[in-house]
Design a protein around this ligand. Structure first.
Ligand code: ZN
Ligand code: ZN
Ligand code: ZN
Ligand code: ZN
Length: 273
């Protein structure tokens, strides 16, 4: 990026939050530009302490839309230059993306490979799961459990949570969120010594962007009430289940298409009634 372009870009940095200002760009009484978010969070202009007005900086907005900005991961090595619109879709696939460790109380962030070595480090006593793993757990009132999964040369988070007499399991793909649907997982609950007494739950893998609250509350996970699992609890009071991760034969694109086709065929049926 040449100096002139870099200078122009710096004019589009918000004086409040230092991010590039996306439209709508607001102004203070003096005429300083500021991003809309900051006008909601700050009381006065951070440069001159004047009040904000409702006026927008239309010319600056149209310039802001045309400019190409460095990827937010540029400090980690990403060389991409993108418009605001391109930036949103790029962020989902940027290979320099940093991921945060989902362990409670851990603030580590790193690339895919850094996450893996963090997880393998001696400091963490958390073993990595493979393609298949038998788990046993006590149905406690409130609990949270997470493991790194290595399968198909990819990494996933396997998360388990118990809350309000319910157990939830979820799998998240660490990487390009468009690829999450290429994988699915199964939880097979069975009673030890009675292997044919079992239930199999199955669901797609979720993208990494979903936070734990949404993951466990908005049907993005597998869940079962403690009551429904009562008959499967072993003599040791533990629930035994087998976790498996699969690569779908259908790609994410095919699944989306399949869902669309299915929707259109069901509307046909209702019309023909
Ligand atoms: Zn701002
Ligand atoms: Zn000002
Ligand atoms: Zn990038
Ligand atoms: Zn950690």
């Amino acid at each position: 990026m040449d100096r002139l372009y870099a200078n122009l870009l710096s004019e589009l940095e918000c004086p409040g939050c230092s991010n590039y200002m996306p439209p709508p760009i607001r102004q203070c009484k003096t005429g300083h530009s500021i991003c809309e978010k900051c006008t909601n969070q700050l009381f006065k202009c951070p440069i001159c302490q004047q009040n904000f007005t409702k006026a927008r900086s239309i010319n600056l907005e149209s310039l802001a839309i045309k400019m190409q900005y460095p990827c937010t991961n540029s400090s980690y090595g990403c060389q991409e230059r993108l418009t605001f619109i391109e930036r949103n879709s790029h962020m989902k696939v940027c290979s320099y993306k940093k991921y945060s460790c989902p362990l409670k109380g851990c603030f580590f962030t790193g690339s895919k490979s850094e996450i893996k070595s963090h997880w393998d480090s001696k400091k963490l006593k958390t073993k990595t799961y493979g393609i298949k793993k038998v788990g046993r757990s006590k149905l406690k009132a409130n609990s949270y459990f997470v493991r790194l999964v290595e399968a198909y040369n990819e990494n996933f988070w396997f998360k388990k949570m118990t809350k309000q007499e319910k157990i939830c399991w979820a799998l998240q793909y660490i990487g390009d969120s468009n690829k999450a649907l290429d994988y699915y997982f199964e939880i097979e609950v069975f009673k030890p010594d009675f292997p044919k007494k079992r239930i199999i739950y199955s669901d797609y893998c979720q993208p990494i962007e979903i936070n734990n609250d949404d993951l466990f509350s908005k049907n993005n996970c597998l869940s079962a009430t403690f009551d429904s699992l009562d008959n499967y609890i072993g003599n040791d009071k533990l629930l035994t289940y087998c976790f498996r991760v699969f690569k779908s034969e259908k790609t994410s694109e095919q699944i989306k298409q399949y869902i669309n086709e299915d929707n259109s065929s069901s509307t046909c049926r209702t019309k023909s009634k």
